[in-house]
Every structure is written in C-alpha cells, then in structure tokens.
Ligand binder design. Structure first.
Ligand code: FAD
Length: 460
C-alpha cells in the first residue's frame, strides 16, 4: 500500500492549493518542496511585485498631491524600505500557507523530488510512495540566447525584486505584463525607463485598444518604449550595459545601468527523472492532455510546468481539478479562455475571453460596446479617468466573447466579467444587473449596455 493517496512535487500555487484541496477531500497528501512553499508566486512573483506596485501607486498619488490640495516639501523616497516591506508581505503569506498545510494535515517534505518508478518519488534519497503523483515544479524567468543574467547589471525579475536602489537608467527587454509592471514601478521612483518590445505593441497579447491606451498612459508618465524592436546583444560595460537592437531596419543602441530581461520563462523540469518515468516533454514543458494526465500512468502535471496559460490562479485551478478527479468528483472541464489575465501597472489591465481581433478571426460577427472611465462618477471623483472597458459580443447569439478592461482597479473589476463569461451571460443580462453608485463597476454595466448602443452615461 502507498504511503499517500497523492504526492505532489512543488509547493507553488499549483501544488500547495492541490495539496490543501486534496487534504480537504480526505486524501492522504504529501507535498514535496525544495525551497519555501508558495513557489514563484508568493516568494518571487505575484505577491512581492504587487507589494512594490502598491508603493509605486502611492508615490504617484503623492507626486500629484497638488490635485487634491496636498502640498509638501522635500519628498524623499526610500526604495530599500519598499523592498523590505515587500519581503515582510512575502513572509506573512508564506507563513499563512505553512499554517494551512499543517492544519489540514498535509505532510510537507522538504527536499528535491524526483520520479523514481511507478508511484515513487525520491526525495533526497528517501522514497515516498503515492497512488498518484502530481508534478507542479513551475518555471523560472529566462533570458535571450547569448545574454547572460549576471544578477548585477543584467537581471531577471528575481533579482529586480530585491533591488534596494532605483537605477538611474533601466532598459526592460520585453513589454509583456512583467516588463510593464516593472516599468511603472521604476518610473514612479524616478528612473529613466526604456522598454524594448519585439512585437508591434506593449502587452501584445491584449486587445489592440487596450495596448494603445497603456502606450498612451506610459508616454504621459515618461516611460520610453520601442516596439518592433529586436534585441541583438547586451554588452556589459563599466557599471552598466549597452543594449543593441534593430527596429524598422535600423541598428540602434541604448545605454543602461540595469537591464531587466522580461522575455519569458523556462520550465523547471531538469533532474526530475521524467524521461525514465515515461513522461514526455515538449521543449522542456511537460505534455498533458485535457485532464492534465502526462504520458506516464498515474502521473499528472499542473501549472507553469505545463506551459499553458502561465498564471497563479490557473495553476491553482488545475491543481483543484486534478485532485477532485482523483477523489472521484466531476469538476467542470478547464476552459483556459475563460480564465482572467491581469497586469498591475497603472492603468491596470484585465482581460478575459477573446480579443476583438481573435473573435473576428474565428468568424464571429462581432458587436462591441465601449465605456470610458471619464464618464464614470467614481473615476472622476478619484481622478482616475484614463482607460475604458470594452465588451466583445457575438452579434448573432448575443454571447459575450471577451471583456477587456484598462483603467482604475481593472484587475478587480475583471471578476464580474469573468463571472459573466463563465455563466454565458449576454450583454443585456450584464447591463440589467443593478450596480451600486458611485462605483467603478458601473462602467462594466455601461460597457455591456453599449454593445446594443444603450449606454446611459455616454454617447459614442
Ligand atoms: P511555481 O510557483 O513556480 O512553484 C513551483 C514550486 O516547485 C517552487 O516552489 C519550486 O521551488 C518547487 N520545485 C521545483 N522543482 C522541484 C523539485 N524537483 N522538488 C521539489 N520542489 C520543486 N501570476 C499571476 O497570476 N498574477 C501575477 O500578478 C503574477 N505576477 C508575477 C510576477 C512576476 C515577477 C513573476 C516572475 C511571475 C508572476 N506570475 C503572476 C506568474 C506566477 O508566479 C506563476 O504562474 C505561478 O507561480 C505558477 O505556479 P506553479 O505552482 O505552477 O509554479
């Protein structure tokens, strides 16, 4: 008999949530973690970055104090204290997870796990047996070929999150969510920031209207960016680097004190015994089917290590899905397109479902409703009028296909849009719901009404 019903390798938001849910369902559960539980998200990703971004928001509000009649002399910013605070937030969150695991009766095994035969996980020499094994080992930031991360001048988000001084000149390679978040943070603290993005827009996976709004807002904030810019080399010099790139057929260069590589991730699949166990990978990412089964019987994979929509809440949803199925429940299938995506620069960005372009590519006759925050009372009252909400719907069926938000608290407002999509609501239903006044959420209702040209507080 196995020691455990399920053994999970990796204690990030995929693994630890799977462990908590498994234990809640009465399964004998082991969680193997080589570092601190919480994974990339709690330790070096979502949580510390959001703590720093909150600082950036305060800094920007204080800088605009005159707007509210708040006048001061001698503003002094201490980024080291912002970092210290972010690390305290991390410690608190990690302790919380440790407490939950212990209370729920999850056996936490500290060490590096590796598949070592059917249902066997070797942890630094010790064998742990489980009826099922879940790989949840995540991924880590990567660099470009030929660009070495030295942790001093050339950084990934890992080192950037611990930077105690604001660099004077920063080049960020990659204008995705992580690049845009760090750009906003460093700019708030006074850095000269340049983003180099290879594709045509910042946040290139978002709806084109949303990217355009973020670009406009970044220009206003003094964040420089180049799109269609392919980085060729990062040359280390004395105390800094020269970043060489080509854009529009021309070779150019920009000098930086720090270079942040925000170009993507590589899977943590080395030394996991995957090949011997018959777990196939695709360029390192663990291959899974719709039920998150790997190619080895009894072995599942969840979260970033699968290379699917690499977000913490997606990893957690995958974890819950697998253990519920192992427990004999029938959770609804995972629909990645109905899972929300969020970026926490200002203006914030939230999206769920198809962009307008994607909807058209898939042959939908599309109808779009837009509502700008400048027509929303709460946004005006708080001076957060940049941005809008866009609802993309199918003209024939009325089904909401996507919702795209850019503006104040977009990442919070996103929940309503996600619920709408999940419940297959129509814009009319979303527009019918009574929203408290004055709230930013009224903009969701109005954008839904705008699909049929019926927004109350805005004339397009
Ligand atoms: P991970 O969190 O990577 O956890 C994997 C765990 O496995 C780690 O703890 C690791 O130590 C452990 N491990 C690996 N190999 C072994 C082994 N052999 N034995 C034992 N343990 C092992 N996502 C969001 O949704 N929202 C955000 O705002 C957000 N912000 C981010 C900001 C930054 C700067 C970064 C870098 C990422 C951000 N992400 C965000 C992404 C998010 O962190 C990941 O999607 C999420 O952590 C994936 O969870 P996971 O459980 O799959 O893997």
């Amino acid at each position: 008999m196995s020691d455990f019903d399920v053994v999970i390798i990796g204690g990030g938001p995929g693994g630890y949530v799977a462990a908590l849910r498994a234990a809640q369902l009465g399964m004998r559960t082991a969680l193997v973690e080589r570092d601190r539980v919480g994974g990339l998200c709690l330790n070096w990703g979502c949580i510390p970055s959001k703590a720093l971004l909150w600082n950036a928001e305060i800094v920007n509000l204080v800088r605009q104090g005159d707007t509210w009649g708040i006048v001061y002399d001698n503003l002094r910013l201490d980024p080291a204290r912002a970092v210290d605070r972010s690390r305290k937030v991390v410690d608190r969150m990690v302790s919380g997870v440790e407490f939950l695991l212990q209370k729920r009766g999850v056996t936490l095994i500290q060490g590096s796990g590796k598949l070592a035969g059917a249902g066997v996980v070797a942890v630094d020499g010790q064998e742990v047996r489980g009826d099922a094994v879940i790989i949840a080992t995540g991924a880590r930031p990567r660099s470009l070929p030929g660009v070495e991360v030295d942790g001093e001048v050339v950084l990934t988000s890992r080192e950037a999150l611990e930077l105690r001084e604001t660099p004077q000149r920063v080049v960020i390679v990659g204008g995705g969510p992580i690049g845009c978040e760090f750009a906003y943070y460093w700019r708030a603290y006074g850095a000269e920031v340049t983003i180099l993005e290879m594709l045509d827009h910042l946040l290139p996976l978002e709806d084109a209207d949303v990217s355009a709004q973020v670009e406009r807002a970044f220009k206003k904030q003094g964040i420089a960016f180049r799109t269609g810019a392919r980085v060729a080399a990062v040359e280390r010099g004395k105390g800094g680097a020269t970043v060489r790139f080509s854009a529009g057929g021309k070779d150019e260069a920009v000098e930086a004190d720090k270079v942040l590589m925000g170009v993507g991730f590589q899977p943590n699949t080395e030394d996991l015994g995957l090949e011997a166990a018959g777990v196939e990978t695709d360029r390192g990412w663990v291959r899974v089917d719709a039920e998150l089964r790997t190619t080895a019987p009894g072995v599942y994979a969840i979260g970033d290590v699968t290379g699917r929509l690499m977000l913490a809440h997606v990893a957690s949803a995958m974890g819950v899905y697998v253990v519920e199925r192992l427990a004999g429940l029938q959770p609804p299938p995972l629909e990645y397109e109905k899972m929300p995506r969020a970026t926490y620069c200002q203006p914030q960005v939230g999206s769920v479902g198809l962009t307008e372009a994607q909807a058209r590519e898939r042959g939908h006759d599309v109808r779009v409703g837009r509502f700008p925050f400048r027509a929303n009372g709460k946004a005006v009252a708080t001076e957060h009028t940049d941005g809008m909400i866009k609802v993309v719907a199918d003209a024939a069926t009325g089904e909401i296909l996507g919702v795209h938000l850019v503006g104040p608290d977009a990442t919070e407002l996103l929940a309503e849009a996600t619920l709408g999509l999940t419940l297959e609501s129509t814009p009319r239903e979303l527009g019918w719901v009574v929203h408290a006044h004055p709230t930013l959420s009224e903009a969701v209702k109005e954008a839904a009404l705008a699909v049929d040209g019926e927004a109350i507080h805005f004339i397009d």
